[in-house]
Design a protein around this ligand. Sequence first.
Ligand SMILES: Cc1ncc(COP(=O)(O)O)c(C=O)c1O
Length: 472
Amino acid sequence: MDSRISARALAAALGGWRGSGSAYESLADGIRLLCLDNRLAPSTALPAERELASALSLSRTTVAAAYRSLRATGHIESLRGSGSVTLPLRRNDPGGHEGDGATIDLQQASPAAWPGLPAVIAEATQDAPALVARIGYDVVGDPRLRAAIARHYVERGMPTSPDQILVTTGAQSAIHLIASVLLSRADRVILETPTYPHAADAFRRVGARLVGVPVDSTTGWDLERAAQSFARALPSLAYLMPDFHNPTGRTMTAGEVSAFVAAAQATGTLLVLDETTAQLDIDRTSGPAWFPDDDRIIRVASLGKTVWGGLRVGWIRAAPDIVRRLASGRPVHDLGTPEIEQAIATRLVPRLDEIARQRGDVLRAGRDALVAALRSELPDWEVPEVFGGVSLWVGLGEPLSTPLVMNARARGLALSAGSRFAVEGGHDRRLRVPFTAPPATLERAVDVLRVAWDDVRDGRTSPVREDFATVI
Ligand SMILES: Cc1ncc(COP(=O)(O)O)c(C=O)c1O
């Protein structure tokens, strides 16, 4: 057996699992969603029925019935004497928006590849001898790519030299590297809630204690809570998405930027700014969030959303001594970024502004179609106004995100429940709906959501459909 989850931890992860149908089926669905989200890994021992019943203030019969239902659907097995253990799920291809024709996958808020990419790949790979000229093991990155990335910052008014850049295999690997090299067990880390879940997982994995600061699509960052959290937690690090925050789409105002900078300075906290989504501007009227250039600020970015997720090229911009520390801690993760991808990226980075403008057009079509469909089909939902990013953080008005996601999944629409983006529980009244898919797909997705919502509100349950989900 690989791991076990305590009744308290499971109750916290379940958050608002209660639908309006039978309690045992809602509980079983809540546990299924944790398995689907990979928040409950295969071979995890679940708490004994009595313990979970007490943590959730339920009768033991209800928990026993939920476990029975999970056994019937193949999510857990119960062995005499060793309790109930989660089973591996059948894994469908998590890529693409439409798997087998019947499925719409909106778990990954990632646009299709930029159309100019195949030509750039063809051009970059033409000169194969040049591609294999370097030794290939390089934990800081190809000097030509580092120079191109440095120039990208200089053009934004931020003097940068290549020794401030470390190339990674995507932003996720950058975040994990930062977490594992710069943090120690039990260090406090501030994150927005909701946040990008794999970043939260990376900080949890190194044993950090996470503290959430709320951010909302319409009201922005909760600065009072931020000030209290910095003062009380004295965090070692704060991980923020200041520009087109994923999932809310919100960009920090100048006042919000100053508040975070002042709080971080007062507590000596490292600020990690994830700018992976920063260039996904559709039609903003105010400028980007502008943090000062400071040795205690680390920036993370990638080509994943602007060009293509499959390229797996990202980077870190930090003070040279931090770059050196990160580089020396890197070999345990990987021994560099693939050379061919770096050669392609070297041609793409100088064109990022042009690429981002084209991305804006694609995202505009998706956002406008999604907003219109949601407002017409689900008028009671709160649909925020966003000017960029990848998704809408929709308000359902009732804490039914988990049962809604399970019901929609049974109807062939895969989404992530609001709770997946929470730092310390909650967000059960929210649903992230990405607008990165084509408009016609988004309209079909909203049709499914409308039917699923009627079911969930009336307490009807749905057949189970399983696959594995990576939230992007
Ligand atoms: C905010 C944020 N950070 C990081 C990542 C991971 O990016 P990459 O694909 O470059 O690893 C994503 C991808 O969804 C993201 O939305």
